[in-house]
Ligand binder design. Structure first.
Ligand SMILES: Nc1ncnc2c1ncn2[C@@H]1O[C@H](COP(=O)(O)OP(=O)(O)OP(=O)(O)O)[C@@H](O)[C@H]1O
Ligand SMILES: [Mg+2]
Length: 321
């Protein structure tokens, strides 16, 4: 097993007397997509800013390693290994998309020739060739977001942080962005992303962590998280009323749908629980005509795990009347 690309233990951060992160543990394996989910104000951007050396962690924080480097001791090495696309665009609207890219190439100390090569390649990859010579202020939100990520890739980082990469994008642009992110990971890049879209985490992420009240409320694959919340069930449908009645007698915990000849049994969707349902049907000598497993979706998980208070701004004492 390789060293994880990102690890943090007991990550803490406070602003004044407001605790934003209260002991967050994270581990992201190399070449995977990790999604940090959480309501507005949960501390997603704060986490990204700490992991990318933009702000310092709280004094009581545990060790952080990014790209094999201890962030407290070798922040420069961390910076050299990563790319960051912030929640708010880093694109300079006054200059063209191409000029934005060349500026990044300069910042990464690429030669003029190499800078032009990388810029041309990335502009093509992100479908920005036609717009390359126009001021970035004239770009649509989706184009700006693509340029933002293209700029992040100029230094060929092995680990990239994307803070809400698809917020505000239309469905087609969002799917394009997902494709780009998947291509990056196929090349071995590690992606740490934050998102408000549960569908996005479900689509992309190998592992998902839900941040709430300064802590990780749950962490796992999308499937694991869905099993944490109630709402999952197995549904059996019958065409023969006699078979339906025998099954209902055998499965005492089932909710009955006498009209539709359907039974609904609460279940976490695990193999063990499914087998128990099938065993009881077997024992009763009935066979269902249709069996479906319903797992809750990530929206259910999000609502179950996150409170609604995270976004209430903190009132400094002085302004309380
Ligand atoms: N520089 C700062 N000074 C004081 N408070 C801050 C500062 N930056 C962030 N906060 C507070 O920290 C909390 C977490 O903010 P953060 O931006 O990390 O949330 P987020 O999860 O990224 O939210 P969103 O989904 O809205 O982007 C918020 O309550 C915010 O008001
Ligand atoms: Mg944010």
């Amino acid at each position: 097993m390789t060293d994880p690309a990102i690890t943090a233990n007991g990550l803490r951060k406070s602003y004044g007397d407001k605790t934003v992160l209260d002991g967050v543990d994270l581990a992201v394996q190399e070449g995977t997509i990790f999604a940090l989910l959480g309501p507005n104000g949960a501390g997603k951007t704060t986490t990204v800013q700490i992991l990318t050396t933009l702000i310092s962690p709280g004094p009581a924080s545990g060790p952080i390693r990014v790209g094999g480097h201890d962030l407290a001791i070798h922040p420069q090495s961390v910076r050299a290994a990563i790319g960051v696309t912030g929640q708010f665009s880093a694109v300079d609207g006054l200059i063209t998309g191409e000029e934005n890219m060349l500026l990044m190439a300069d910042l990464h100390h690429l030669s003029k020739r190499e800078g032009r090569r990388v810029t041309a390649e990335l502009l093509a990859r992100f479908d920005l060739v036609d717009a390359a010579r126009k001021p970035a202020s004239t770009y649509s939100g989706g184009m700006k977001r693509r340029l933002d990520i293209a700029m992040t890739l100029v230094g060929d980082p092995r680990i990239i942080f994307l803070d809400e990469p698809t917020t505000g994008l239309d469905p087609r642009s969002r799917h394009n962005m997902w494709r780009i992110i998947r291509e990056l990971v196929a090349d071995g890049v590690t992606v740490f992303l934050t998102t408000q879209y549960l569908e996005e985490a479900d689509e992309l992420a190998d592992r998902i962590a839900v941040l709430n009240d300064g802590r990780i409320a749950a962490e796992g694959t999308a499937e694991e998280l869905k099993r944490l919340v109630p709402g999952g069930h197995v549904r059996l449908r019958f065409t023969d009323p006699a078979a339906y009645r025998s099954a209902a007698t055998a499965l005492t915990d089932a909710a009955r749908g006498d009209e539709s000849l359907a039974l609904q049994i609460p279940s976490d969707g695990s193999q063990r629980e499914l087998r128990s349902v099938l065993d009881r049907l077997d024992t009763a000598g009935v066979e269902a005509d249709e069996l479906t497993v319903h797992t809750p979706d990530l929206d259910d998980v999000f609502f179950a795990l996150t409170s609604t208070t995270a976004d209430i701004p903190h009132q400094p004492e002085e302004t309380v009347r």
